[in-house]
Design a binder for this molecule. Structure first.
Ligand SMILES: C[S@@+](CC[C@H](N)C(=O)[O-])C[C@H]1O[C@@H](n2cnc3c(N)ncnc32)[C@H](O)[C@@H]1O
Length: 231
């Protein structure tokens, strides 16, 4: 059964972070690409929605911005507070953000929007708390990717308790536009490519913060990176 309550999703993430901690997620270096896209100005305010244990917030430390994080999971926030002691983080639901309108210069929501039970509500909240002109970055799962389309979904192997889900490029784009965001650019998730390079050419030097052009159709991407703006 797919998770039908927020508590079920929260419990699943609490248990996963307690058991696996950072091993459940990518390393900090995988988050530099989002910071490259946003180029946050020193002194600006950044919010990471569904911050988990704080990998995105850690990647932003060198930019000298005031970082804020929010996550449903008590365990994620506990780990985040010790990993990123300078960030202002709190437990909470992305569908009801505890911030005033027009507060943030930039926002990220990485690998998490598809985990939210009411994603339109969560998006409307991010739009509300973003300043006019704010830069916003999402990483979201592609429903057309081979793994999702032919393995996880048809074989019923996807994670239901953690509310795993996916949409295609057209549907994600429509959702962001409907909320009011402008789409500046869309990229394929670069991390699977780096994992491939590391496995077969371990001596190769990789800059995971660099935005690259790939010679394949965007629809094949494992996940999409959307770079948006609030007009
Ligand atoms: C796959 S993890 C990604 C965490 C983090 N963004 C990262 O990339 O390291 C998904 C996160 O979404 C959080 N989450 C799911 N639904 C949420 C909601 N409604 N409000 C806030 N956080 C939520 C979970 O607790 C979990 O930490």
């Amino acid at each position: 059964m797919i998770a039908d309550s927020q508590l079920e999703v929260k419990n699943w993430f609490d248990q996963t972070y307690s058991k696996k901690g950072f091993k459940y997620l990518r390393p900090v270096s995988a988050y530099h690409i989002f910071a490259t896209l946003l180029k946050p100005k020193p002194g600006s305010k950044h919010l990471d929605v569904a911050c988990g244990p704080g990998l995105m917030l850690k990647a932003l430390e060198k930019y000298d911005v005031q970082t804020y994080g929010i996550d449903l999971s008590t365990e994620a926030i506990k780990q985040c507070k010790s990993f990123c002691p300078n960030a202002l983080v709190q437990e909470g639901n992305a569908e009801n953000l505890p911030f005033n309108d027009d507060t943030f210069d930039s926002i990220t929501c990485i690998g998490s929007l598809e985990r939210m039970l009411h994603r339109e509500k969560a998006l409307a909240e991010q739009f509300r708390v973003a300043k006019s002109g704010a830069k916003v970055c999402f990483m979201v799962r592609n429903a057309e990717n081979f793994t999702w389309k032919y393995l996880l979904k048809p074989m019923n192997l996807y994670n239901k308790k953690g509310h795993q889900d996916a949409l295609n490029l057209e549907n994600w784009s429509a959702l962001f536009l409907k909320t009011g965001f402008q789409i500046e650019s869309v990229y394929p998730d670069h991390w699977p490519y780096y994992k491939f390079i590391k496995a077969f050419f371990p001596w190769a030097k990789i800059d995971p913060g660099k935005i690259r052009k790939f010679p394949f159709n965007l629809n094949l991407a494992y996940e999409f990176i959307f770079y948006l703006r609030k007009p």
